[in-house]
Design a protein around this ligand. Structure first.
Ligand SMILES: NC(=O)c1ccc[n+]([C@@H]2O[C@H](COP(=O)([O-])OP(=O)(O)OC[C@H]3O[C@@H](n4cnc5c(N)ncnc54)[C@H](O)[C@@H]3O)[C@@H](O)[C@H]2O)c1
Length: 313
């Protein structure tokens, strides 16, 4: 029982998950259409006999034999998911239908990488899993938010209707090496600007807050969730509850990168949530998970990654 399928396995989180599964001696099938993922993210695994890479788009059916499925395929940053919004919704919804159909045939446990975006611009703070969210169904972010919400619906209907063993995690902002340098996410944006000595662009007044989870902590949460007791479906929040304003994040990055970049302030984009912070009591109770890596340690490793990436350009 150790053949594991990772969709979106050549992306940021997916490639770290593949690393961890290979370390745990699993047989890993990584499936990706390379929309935002890259071969270099997994090239170090190509010689491993337990690793296989398949170019495939999850909006089409897939016939393989595996025991567990991690469904991560979906562009995750606004720049990428708004590039082709129809394809984004298709990836979430058709991708979920295809992977759930596969899991049903194989009687495999399947984990869905959902997102804190299902809470939209939340009216309660921090967000608990029982909160239904405050989401705009017709805005530029809706292809992602509503696609992920519909995928959750499909997961729970397959569970109720077909007794499928599902696990749903709602991932909050995660950062670390192998993030895309140009995806517009705040951590990678600030680091790239700081390392290049460019102005740091802060949207709004910089007082909006976010919480940031280091990638290793997040991957540990995914592994614990898929191994959780049968019948525990989630949804469960995975994220780091330590909250920082964008201004604090920018200042911390400038200090750690030893950068002299200046801060400049730009208008806030549409539907940008003001606050986002997970309540992780359910993850702590059910899968004994809490993040361990503090922001400073995680940022140091991430800054080093971007430094060598940009130096090679
Ligand atoms: N990183 C975060 O902070 C975060 C937060 C919440 C949720 N998530 C979720 O976690 C998952 C992974 O996110 P990430 O940060 O690694 O993003 P990413 O863009 O690096 O990874 C997504 C991967 O999916 C692949 N992909 C996209 N469409 C596909 C398709 N139709 N068929 C096959 N592969 C496809 C991409 O090429 C890429 O490798 C996503 O589902 C995302 O929604 C991530």
């Amino acid at each position: 029982m150790n053949r594991v399928l990772v969709t979106g396995g050549a992306g940021f989180l997916g490639s770290h998950l593949c690393d961890r599964l290979i370390e745990d001696r699993m047989d890993v099938l990584c499936v990706d259409n390379f929309f935002t993922g890259t071969k270099p993210n997994v090239s170090h695994l190509m010689d491993n006999r337990n690793f296989e890479l398949l170019r495939h788009d999850v909006t089409f059916p897939l016939y393989v034999e595996v025991d567990k499925i991690f469904n991560l395929a979906c562009p995750a940053s606004p720049v990428h998911y708004q590039h082709d919004p129809v394809q984004t919704t298709k990836t979430s919804v058709h991708g979920a239908i295809n992977m759930l159909g596969l899991a049903k045939r194989l009687k495999a446990t399947i984990l869905q990488a959902s997102t804190s975006e299902v809470y939209g611009n939340p009216e309660i703070h921090p967000q608990i899993e029982s909160y239904w969210g405050h989401v705009n169904p017709i805005g530029p972010r809706s292809c992602y938010d509503e696609g992920k919400r519909c995928a959750e619906t499909l997961f729970f209907d397959y569970h109720r209707q077909h007794n499928l063993d599902i696990k749903v995690v709602r991932i909050f902002n995660t950062y670390g090496p192998r993030m895309h340098p140009n995806d517009g996410r705040v951590v990678s944006n600030f680091i790239v600007q700081a390392v290049r000595g460019e102005d740091i662009t802060i949207y709004g007044d910089g007082q909006q807050t976010r919480s940031f989870c280091y990638v290793d902590d997040l991957i540990e949460g995914l592994i614990r969730m898929i191994a959780s007791e049968s019948g525990f479906t989630g949804p469960v929040n995975l994220g780091n509850p330590d909250e920082f304003t964008m201004l604090e994040l920018a200042e911390q990055i400038l200090k750690l990168a030893g950068s002299k970049s200046k801060l400049i302030f730009l208008p806030l984009p549409a539907d940008d949530p003001k606050q986002r912070k997970p309540d992780i009591s359910l993850a702590s109770e059910k899968i004994d998970w809490t993040p361990n890596v503090n922001l400073e340690d995680g940022l140091k490793v991430t800054i080093e990654y971007f430094r060598s990436l940009l130096a090679a350009e």
